[in-house]
Design a protein. Structure first.
Length: 541
């Protein structure tokens, strides 16, 4: 094997420079390598399939590429004579491509620093030191491409951006730290179509971390999923952003996280799969979809303050309760689209500083509002179900085909209009003589408005029981499927619906016993008749 020693290398020729020879080694001293602007391509074919050959590092150094060509180096190792940790820094405005970078034959850990350059790392690496992206970017094509050490994003000063991208990652156990002190953007991105990747190491956010992808969602492209299963801590936050007109990232947060810098979603999908998945900071929703894919219901224990700076959706895979943190609607009416079969619950007070800002419920699913809400702009139920277990002061319109209900008790002090084919869903229990009732201000039942009567726990109602279907200050119209004084039989109980001056009631008028009750009654009568016959026989004797 050949060996050539150099304190440093400088290239400024315009042609291509290629290092060749089977297993040749170039020992590079601490002056490193510089490729001047305007220089031709520099390649190191070396011995790509062997640990021998390529560049042999004699100490910490910087390689700078200011040309428009990519510097390809296949094998770079630490010289066996080096016994202290060393660092290779890749700098400049140009790019590098690494095929092999490791500690083979060395007694010291090797670290990698990227400062301004664009670096592609193709295969699995065995270096054990840290990887730091102070500025510029690294694109990784293999789960072991960054060795086994910790990964750092960002610099302690300046405004440069630092990006770490993964294509075909699969999974990594590396720990990540986002460095504080700079004003640039630190980004973790996925680049391959359908490139689902799991990060099980811990994330320490000393600055905010942007999560995104560079894969379009149209055509055959499938936006990848970023699963963050490790603990996320620190004072920084997480930002989900869109990098193109049809590009977004799917992020799953399943750890018991403690970061305090907040979570902002401007695009993509955010799965909140743990009661403290989003830490303790503010949840800011601008666009995109939130969901719970954990397999069971999740209620946020952190009760995060929320800012709805745009409209968003809920996937409805499993039930999600956003807790009791306050919600600010911002400067415009927001639309919450609830899909799927599982409900989204908002337990905090929803407010706005503008009297015209309101809320629209869209989608086939159920939105539960459990807070004492204070916004005064209009509330519109355009589709699906609005379950009000708190209160609203705004005017409410239930559009055609939509449903208004309460699974507890709810109050609307503003005027409420139920449109034709829209419905008020009334839930009661004949087995406990209890009901879930909404109280309205002015209630208008447009011609064609419907009343749904649901006995959620059937039994034999106590004779004469009166259920309040709705209370109100004034009423215009009647339900098209139930006229005043009309009778209806539900689960063996017969009721009469009556429209009064301040309420609509459902009154038991002819309780019909359950079959078991009939059996006991007939059995008792038969036994009584038998006793009476025997008494009569004795008297005749």
């Amino acid at each position: 094997m050949g060996s050539n020693a150099a304190l440093g290398l400088y290239f400024n020729n315009t042609g291509t420079t290629a290092f060749s020879g089977t297993g040749d080694v170039i020992q590079v001293g601490t002056d490193g390598i510089t490729i001047a602007a305007g220089s031709g391509a520099i390649t190191n074919p070396g011995a790509i399939s062997s640990a021998a050959g390529g560049f042999d590092l004699m100490g910490s150094q910087t390689w700078t590429n200011n040309s428009t060509n990519t510097f390809l180096f296949n094998t770079t190792t630490v010289d066996s004579s080096v016994t202290t940790p060393i660092t290779l820094t890749l700098a400049g405005t140009g790019s590098f491509e690494i095929n092999k970078y490791d500690n083979i034959g060395a007694g010291a850990a090797l670290s990698l620093v990227v400062n301004g350059a664009s670096v592609n790392v193709q295969t699995g690496q065995s270096y054990t030191g840290t990887t730091t992206i102070e500025a510029g970017s690294i694109l990784v094509y293999n789960s072991g491409a960054l060795g086994s050490g910790n990964i750092y994003l960002g610099n302690t000063s300046g405004s440069a951006n630092a990006t770490l991208g993964f294509q075909g990652l699969g999974s990594t156990t590396s720990n990540f730290t986002v460095v504080a002190g700079n004003t640039g953007t630190e980004t973790l991105e996925l680049t391959g179509s359908g490139n689902n990747s799991t990060f099980s190491g811990a994330f320490t956010l000393n600055n905010s971390l942007t999560l995104t992808d560079t894969v379009g969602s149209g055509g055959s492209n499938v936006s990848p999923t970023m699963n963050l299963t490790g603990l996320i801590s620190g004072s920084g936050g997480l930002n989900l952003v869109r990098t193109g007109s049809d590009q977004y990232v799917n992020v799953v947060l399943s750890g018991a996280n403690t970061y305090t810098g907040g979570t902002t979603m401007t695009a993509g999908n955010l799965d909140i799969d743990n009661a403290s998945a989003i830490g303790t900071g503010t949840l800011t929703l601008v666009a995109g979809t939130i969901d719970n894919t954990s397999g069971s219901a999740v209620t946020l224990a952190t009760n995060n303050t929320q800012v709805w700076n745009g409209s968003f959706s809920f996937g409805g895979t499993n039930a999600l309760n956003l807790g009791t943190g306050t919600v600010a609607l911002g400067t415009a009416t927001r639309t919450v689209t609830v899909n799927g079969t599982a409900p989204l619950t908002v337990g905090g007070v929803i407010s706005s500083t503008s009297s015209t800002v309101g809320l629209t419920k869209a989608g086939i699913g159920t939105l539960i509002l459990a807070g004492i809400n204070t916004y005064t702009g209009a509330t519109t139920v355009s589709a699906g179900t609005l379950d009000l277990t708190g209160s609203l002061v705004s005017a409410v319109t239930v559009s055609a085909g939509a449903v208004l209900e309460t699974t507890g008790t709810g109050t609307i002090t503003g005027a409420t209009t139920i449109a034709s084919t829209a419905a008020l869903d009334f839930q009661f229990s004949s087995s406990t003589d209890t009901a879930n009732t909404l109280t309205f201000g002015a209630l208008t039942l447009t011609s064609g408005a419907l009343l749904n009567l649901n006995d959620i726990a059937p039994g034999t109602v106590t004779a004469g029981t009166v259920f309040d279907v709705a209370n109100f200050s004034s009423l215009t119209g009647t339900f098209s499927n139930y006229a005043n004084d009309s009778a209806v039989t539900i689960d063996g109980n017969t009721y009469e619906i009556q429209y009064g001056p301040s309420d609509i009631t459902l009154t038991d008028v002819a309780s019909v016993p359950e079959p078991s009750t009939w059996a006991m009654l007939f059995g008792g009568l038969a036994a009584l008749a038998f006793v009476m016959r025997r008494s009569s026989s004795r008297e005749l004797v």
